[in-house]
Structures are given as C-alpha cells and as structure tokens.
Design a protein around this ligand. Structure first.
Ligand code: URA
Length: 189
C-alpha cells in the first residue's frame, strides 16, 4: 500500500476530527468530546466496523479501547489476527449521548466518511460487529443468522460477528463469539 494511501487516510481522519467545530446541528457531533475516525493502516486487508464510540473511546479518540475493546482484542487473538494489522472504526464517528443507539439521520450524516475510508483501504474483508453495523452493509441480513459465516453483498465480502459488548451483557454469547472468531481466522488463512 502506498504512502499516498496512508496520507489520504490520515487527511480524512483530520477532516473527521475537524468536524467537531462544524456546528452541523447533529447532536452526536456537537455533544461528543471529539470525533473518533478509526485506527489502523491503509494496507489493512480487514476493516472492523462497530456501531459508535462509547465513553472511553470518546475520551481517548480511539475506537474499542473500553470493555468491549478488551473483548475485541481477545477475539482477534483467537482469530490469530494482530490488532495493528486491521483498521478499526465505527459506522458513527461520534459518541451518542448516554450511549443511546445512533439515529438513522446520524448514520446517514457519517456514512460518507466510512465509504471514503473503505475506498482508500479497499479491504478484502469487512467485519461488521453487531446488528447495527451489519444493517448498514446488508440491510436484509439478521445477525442471529449471519454471524460467523462469510456473506457477499454488493461485491463486498462480509464476515459478521456479534458485537463484543454482547458478551459483556450476555455471557452465553461469549462462546459463540470465540467460535466465530476462530472461523474468521480459518477463513482468512
Ligand atoms: N462499541 C462500539 O461499537 N464502538 C466502539 O468504538 C466502542 C464500543
């Protein structure tokens, strides 16, 4: 991957961060501490897409650094994937107040940034985490059926996983997430 791609990805991240001062009228953009563009190299062959930053991510400016991030780290380890080799981001780049679900107009407002990131990275695999992220790429798919298996939609290869936070709230999903992460690792190798 060229240095130019890294530069374009970083310029896009700067643009996303600068949006904090834009006074766009969207609650998420105006109430967050900072927008969280994403982290990882432009050469990543996998892009992992969560829903929206939480409190820890809002403070750090980095996605998946809180409790769900720890679960994600352990899943990547199960899959044999190094965190530094993947690009990690969210559908919505700003923390919704009180961690409410992002609203559809907020998703639409932030969607072009994710498309632009994918356009630069051109990953081989997209890993949507949870039903909200999956819905953006495969509106007809259900996470309960689609998790843990490859899926192709509009020329994109998806490998949906349950959201790592699900393992925090529903312990019985942790084993499923681990199995799915191992299946992801096998699919990639
Ligand atoms: N949950 C998400 O969906 N994204 C994060 O960055 C953190 C928690």
């Amino acid at each position: 991957m060229s240095a130019a791609a890294e530069e374009r990805l970083e310029a896009l991240a700067d643009e996303i961060r600068a949006h904090k001062g834009a006074r766009c009228g969207f609650e998420v953009c105006e109430t967050c501490t900072q927008l969280v563009p994403g982290v990882g190299p432009a050469s990543a062959s996998i892009v992992i897409v969560g829903e929206a930053p939480g409190a820890k991510e809002d403070a750090a400016g980095v996605p998946f650094v809180g409790a769900a991030g720890k679960v994600l780290d352990s899943l990547l380890a199960e899959a044999g994937i190094a965190r530094d080799d993947v690009f990690i981001t969210n559908v919505v780049k700003a923390r919704p107040p009180k961690n409410r679900d992002p609203k559809q107009p907020e998703v639409a407002h932030h969607w072009p940034w994710l498309e632009a990131q994918l356009d630069i990275i051109k990953p081989q695999w997209l890993v949507p985490l949870g039903r909200h992220a999956l819905a953006r790429f495969a509106p007809d798919a259900k996470i309960a059926e689609a998790h843990g298996t490859p899926l192709e939609v509009d020329g994109r290869r998806l490998f949906p996983l349950y959201h790592p936070a699900a393992a925090l709230y529903n312990g019985s999903l942790r084993a499923t997430l681990v199995e799915d992460a191992k299946a992801l690792g096998r699919t990639l190798s």
